[in-house]
Design a protein around this ligand. Structure first.
Ligand code: CUA
Length: 235
């Protein structure tokens, strides 16, 4: 036995029938088979060693059992953990692609000192219709107001919000929707939302931005479709 322990790498290939014999250890078998080989076949046997090493290395049932043994309760917790991770992963995929939860994206960087320049969309921000039922809405935040602070769109509209700040950090949260963004000077953030249900949606600044922070709010009004059409005709 001590001989095996001293030189575990000495294992040599064994004929399968012999390797399966449980009472022989791998090295005992290999030692025996090595003796049987003529001297010039040792090299050949060396080559086969790589292929057979795996088979020969783990026929010991005790060793196999040792490696695979997991406590019952530990295994149970591992299964529960795997299920929880799978459920969370599926929930994230569904909320992202089926329900439409999105992270606000950085649309563009901008020099906040140029917001009021002529020709800048931020000098006169507001609603622009891109296609029927499809709008982009530029909202500029500054202490302590949003421009514009009153917007009307017809029900069923898809609105892409672009927000930036002219001065300090603000927030933009549109009640009862997933629209919730930081409003930072120097950065334009964007999110898209669809408004199926008529109603009044308040938006507020939810980043403390100074003494009159709490007065910083506005409204997005989603009109029933026929009303919006009438208004659109008179515009
Ligand atoms: Cu703007 Cu708080």
């Amino acid at each position: 036995m001590s001989e095996q322990e001293r030189d575990p790498l000495a294992q040599e290939p064994v004929p399968e029938s012999e390797a399966n014999a449980e009472e022989l250890t791998a090295s005992e078998v290999s030692a025996a088979s090595q003796e049987d080989l003529p001297a010039d076949e040792h090299e050949h046997a060396e080559h086969e060693h790589d292929v057979l090493a795996e088979d020969a290395a783990s026929p010991d049932p005790m060793e196999t059992k040792e490696m695979l043994h997991v406590d019952f309760f530990e295994a149970t917790w591992m299964r529960i953990t795997a299920v929880v991770i799978a459920v969370f992963f599926i929930a994230v995929v569904i909320s992202a692609f089926a329900v439409g939860f999105q992270l606000p994206g950085v649309y563009e960087r901008i020099d906040p000192t140029t917001l009021y320049d002529e020709g800048s969309p931020w000098a006169d921000p507001g609603l622009r219709e891109l296609a029927p039922g499809k709008y982009e809405l530029y909202i500029r935040a500054q202490i302590w107001s949003f421009t514009p602070n009153m917007v009307r769109v017809p029900a069923g509209s898809e609105v892409t919000f672009y927000v930036t700040s002219a001065d300090v950090q603000h927030g933009f949260k549109l009640q009862d929707t997933n629209v919730n963004m930081m409003v930072l000077p120097g950065q334009i953030n964007t999110l898209t939302a669809k408004f199926e249900n008529p109603g009044t949606y308040d938006f507020v600044c939810h980043e403390y931005c100074g003494q009159l922070h709490h007065t910083m709010y506005g409204q997005l009004i989603v009109e029933p479709e026929q009303v919006a059409e009438t208004e659109g005709g008179t515009d």
